[in-house]
Design a protein around this ligand. Structure first.
Ligand code: PMT
Length: 408
């Protein structure tokens, strides 16, 4: 069977900036075209000193662009359109000046404006002299770019144009193509066709017909996970307590309020599921007596007697079959990692997702979260603060990869 190239019909925008390594880019264009990619080249003015637009146009079968306007025809090269067109952008070679401009959002030419307008992954293959590469300002620009999701294809060691020896040579076109191809190769989707039980929201423990003990969970985190699982092709059973947003459409939705009711729903659904992700905030205690009528105000103090609720996650873990995977959440306010690791062990889970209420961007009710996934083989993965929907995407990608490696 013919191998399907990850580049097939992918739209790759190659940005070339001034540097001797620019002479190697026609080779990169040839490789990507041969693999079936559509290639659009955008060059900076200084790149033209090292490689001709004509060569690049012929090889890419598209005009190589460098100006906002094609002066002879009065046509405008729309940078926003180019940025949105691309499935992936690679800037190669990128000198210290380009990295600095990218890190600081300077858009003084067509290429920089395209980069600022892009929504796709951006890769950079730096090339520069040894001391420029190691200079703290270059390294700090690289850190800034990486923290924004730009991927660096590190330069290699060797003879540099200056005559010095060391790190600074642009990675070879074949290596750049290999790294881009790896990125474009769809990761195996662990969740496709799996049945996943997700819990979300907070439980409410009645005190009387009017009042309850509850918590601030909105359901947003668990619902975002359920929604993302649906788009990954999983069948989702969603058990949720009190919430302030609507559950997703497409999952098998079961609303429960008390921890006991959530426990019953989970116990009946768990045997059929392959994965459990427990994002609900379950009350650890319920009131022993639930008053039939509204409790009247009388004494200065009111004493409630509380009894322990079932630990749903622990009891499901005790009955799990070998193929079943259990993922818990830990909401902590102090000594976070220690408590999360303890829950991972005590509840005998595969993974636990820690979020801390100390973090102003994480936890209850907010639209954002910042989490760390701890796995039972010692691996841990941090997901920086972002919208809960995006956290769910990253979390399930990481979890799916980890499960593919450890449980397939
Ligand atoms: O709903 P949002 O507003 O978006 O907020 C999301 C969240 C903060 C509620 C969520 O990200 C989260 O952290 N959920 C777990 C909260 C919690 O109850 O943590 P815990 O550390 O007390 O419990 C540890 C694990 O045991 C959890 O998976 C919990 O669901 C489970 N548990 C706890 C008690 C109990 N009786 N039974 C359980 O199964």
């Amino acid at each position: 069977m013919l191998r399907k190239s990850p580049f097939n019909r992918k739209k790759i925008l190659i940005g070339i900036t001034g540097g001797i390594a620019a002479y190697k880019i026609p080779q990169l264009v040839r490789i990507l075209k041969k693999e079936g990619a559509e290639v659009q080249v955008v060059l900076s003015e200084s790149a033209k000193q090292f490689v001709t637009p004509q060569t690049l146009s012929v090889l890419s079968e598209r005009p190589a662009l460098s100006d906002f306007f094609q002066s002879d025809q009065g046509e405008w090269n729309n940078h926003v359109h180019l940025g949105l067109w691309a499935d992936l952008i690679i800037i190669a070679p990128a000198g210290a000046n380009t990295l600095a401009k990218m890190a600081h959002g300077i858009c003084d030419n067509l290429l920089m404006s395209v980069i600022l307008s892009a929504r796709c992954p951006v890769f950079v293959a730096p090339a520069m002299d040894l001391d420029m590469w190691t200079h703290p300002s270059t390294q700090s620009n690289i850190q800034t770019l990486e923290s924004r999701g730009v991927t660096m294809i590190d330069p290699e060691e060797g003879s540099l144009a200056s005559g010095l020896e060391g790190k600074g040579r642009m990675a070879e076109p074949e290596k750049i193509a290999q790294i881009l191809g790896k990125h474009l190769t769809p990761a195996p989707n662990y969740f496709l066709g799996k049945r996943v039980l997700v819990t979300a929201g907070g439980t409410q423990e009645a005190l009387d017909p009017v009042r309850y003990i509850g918590n601030r969970s909105s359901g947003k985190m668990g619902f975002a996970i359920a929604e993302q699982l649906l788009s990954l092709g999983a069948e989702v059973d969603l058990v949720y307590g009190a919430v302030s947003v609507d559950p997703p459409i497409g999952s098998n939705n079961h609303q429960t309020l008390s921890a006991q009711a959530m426990n019953e729903a989970c116990q009946s659904l768990f045997p059929q599921c392959d994965v459990l992700i427990m994002a609900a905030a379950v009350a650890d205690y319920h009131s022993v007596d639930i008053a039939k009528e509204k409790i009247k105000k009388s004494d200065e103090t009111l004493t409630l007697t509380l009894a322990k609720n079932p630990d749903i996650l622990k009891s499901l873990s005790d009955t799990k079959k070998t193929h079943q995977v259990l993922v818990g959440f830990a909401l902590e306010t102090e000594n976070e990692e220690f408590h999360a690791q303890q829950k991972l062990q005590k509840k005998n889970l595969h993974c636990i997702v820690l979020n801390s209420l100390k973090n102003p961007k994480a936890g209850f009710a907010l639209d954002t979260n910042e989490v760390t996934l701890f796995c039972n083989d010692g691996n841990q993965f941090h997901i920086p603060a972002q919208e809960k929907n995006q956290v769910a995407v990253s979390l399930l990608n990481i979890l799916g990869d980890w499960l593919t490696k450890t449980h397939s």
